[in-house]
Design a protein around this ligand. Structure first.
Ligand code: NCD
Length: 304
């Protein structure tokens, strides 16, 4: 039995297979309509979510399966003090696969140790978010055709942004990748991510506080929200939240074929005027998330 806790649990070849399946699902959805008949997905969300939870649920429904779960900790027995390990042990008796989001780093890993069914990490605190990375990779593949020789700018809250950590890890396996890390001093990429996936792998990178300066060289710009819920005090958040705002003027400095990604939700960091720019790929990205999650469910349930 396999779980998906960290994107590095999958080899690059396995990610290629998932992308191939997702591409086939988009082309021939009818082939997949009964694949998970009589299977159940449980979504255990101890933190807010729109895209991740609903795209997981839509994915299971489109595979002919069913869904159950909760969308806030207060409506689960966590509110009575039940441990994540116990919750996982119980729910694994009711469902065939579990997607879990939790504010504590490592909670899905603990759940996996007690579960009889595959556990998917749907975001653990400020740590990792591997299924967002599958969505990001599928989108880059569709929009750019390959992962090689790309200069990828990551901008905003690189410290608490879990999607950034998983994406850096995943991209570090491809040839010719360069990173431009754009953030305020206080929101730089944590050293465990930078050391393991950038420095030790000898990947070329640049760290800057200036989005304007970075703009012309980027093939992909990955914008992120400043993660208010992970700050220790509101003043710091208020001071840092508008550090970067992507506007049509800034987009003028970018390559004609650059793409803008964002895991969403956005707050202020991308002006809505950018939405009509064909390079704004974030709504297409959100849509892609359902198809790659369908492919992931099939893989973990070992359905042909
Ligand atoms: C992200 C998350 O939850 O980490 N959202 C998502 O899953 N698409 C990004 C964010 O909340 O900023």
């Amino acid at each position: 039995m396999r779980h998906l806790i960290d994107i590095m649990d999958f080899s690059a070849a396995e990610i290629d297979e998932l992308i191939a399946t997702a591409t086939d699902i988009v082309a021939h959805p009818e082939k997949y309509r009964e694949k998970c008949r009589y299977k159940k997905l449980a979504t255990l969300f101890f933190e807010p979510s729109t895209r991740t939870r609903l795209s997981f649920e839509a994915a299971m429904m489109e595979l002919g399966g069913q869904v159950l779960g909760f969308s806030e900790a207060s409506s689960s027995s966590a509110a009575k003090g039940e441990s994540v390990a116990d919750t996982a042990a119980i729910v694994s008796g009711y469902a065939d696969i579990i997607a879990m989001r939790h504010p504590k780093e490592g909670a899905p890993l603990v759940a996996a140790s007690k579960s009889d069914v595959p556990i998917i990490n749907a975001g653990d605190g400020g740590h990792f978010h591997p299924t967002q990375t599958l969505t990001d990779l599928f989108t880059i593949h569709l929009e750019k055709g390959s992962f090689e020789n790309l200069t990828v700018g990551l901008c905003g809250d690189l410290k608490f942004g879990r999607t950034v950590h998983s994406l850096i890890a995943a991209l570090s396996r491809y040839t010719g990748i360069r990173f431009v890390l754009i953030s305020p001093e206080e929101l730089k990429v944590p050293s465990y991510v930078k050391n393991t996936y950038i420095k030790e792998k000898g990947i070329p990178y640049k760290q800057t506080t200036s989005l304007d300066e970075a703009m012309p060289e980027l093939d992909v710009l990955y914008m992120t929200r400043v993660q208010r819920e992970r700050f220790f005090n509101e003043e710091d958040y208020l001071r840092l939240r508008d550090s970067y705002i992507l506007t049509p003027e800034k987009m003028e400095k970018a390559k004609k074929d650059m793409i803008v990604l964002h895991p969403l939700p956005r707050v202020n960091e991308i002006s809505t005027e950018v939405d009509k720019d064909p390079r704004a790929a974030y709504f297409r990205q959100a849509k892609n998330g359902k198809f790659i999650r369908m492919a992931l469910i099939l893989k973990l349930l070992e359905v042909d």
